[in-house]
Design a protein around this ligand. Structure first.
Ligand SMILES: [Zn+2]
Length: 213
């Protein structure tokens, strides 16, 4: 699969598209907003699913609208697969979260289903492992493709830092424990695709990330 990143919302969230250039099939992670632009980028591809790492507005605020737009274009339902259900309260307060940032074009997200720790999601040409990695939000998950040697990690791990946990529902210790369990257990050569900023590698973070030493 080939990974492509589209920056969405004024927070420049990395909406990741994994596409198979041979089959034209794709999966979209964290469509936080800018749905018309995303629909343009996805033109010509068949999207099999939309997946969410967690319930923050900049990751999930465009999910319902993208599902609707794709379903119309593809003439078939497109699955919106949520994070762990412990983030449902956030998915249902996206309009409120976004308004606090002066954004009025995002929507609450209503996944077709939630995922659980240890689950495997089988999509055409793509197998994803799910790991619950709480601390930034209670229901945050990361998606791992062993075949493609990559992890889509939302706001858990970034190049040289870790995600914020200074929310009422945040938990720094849980975040560090979760990253060590779910991500640092992967081989050094796995690519990490975070929700903001540049990609990194597991080995790089294992060696140099001051929060994980
Ligand atoms: Zn977040």
């Amino acid at each position: 699969m080939r990974a492509r990143t589209v920056k969405v919302t004024p927070l420049r969230q990395n909406c990741t598209v994994l596409e198979n250039p041979e089959t034209g099939r794709a999966v979209v992670f964290d469509p936080g907003g800018d749905v018309p632009e995303l629909l343009q980028v996805l033109e010509g591809l068949t999207v099999d699913a939309i997946l969410l790492t967690h319930g923050h507005f900049d990751h999930a605020g465009g999910a319902d609208a993208l599902r609707e737009g794709l379903a119309r274009r593809q003439n078939a339902p497109v699955a919106l697969i949520g994070p762990d259900k412990r983030d449902d309260f956030l998915l249902r307060s996206i309009v409120e979260q976004a308004q606090a940032f002066g954004l009025y074009d995002l929507q609450d997200a209503h996944p077709d289903r939630f995922v659980e720790d240890g689950e495997t999601i089988a999509l055409p040409g793509l197998t994803l492992e799910v790991a619950h990695c709480p601390g930034h939000t209670p229901g945050h998950v990361v998606f791992i493709s062993r075949d493609d040697k990559l992890a889509i990690v939302g706001d858990t791990l970034f190049r040289g830092v870790v995600g914020r946990s200074d929310f009422a529902y945040g938990d720094h210790q849980a975040l560090i424990t979760g990253i060590k369990r779910s991500l640092l257990s992967l081989p050094d050569d796995f690519i990490v695709l975070p929700g903001h900023g540049l990609p990194t590698m597991i080995g790089e973070e294992r060696q140099n990330n001051p929060f994980l030493i």
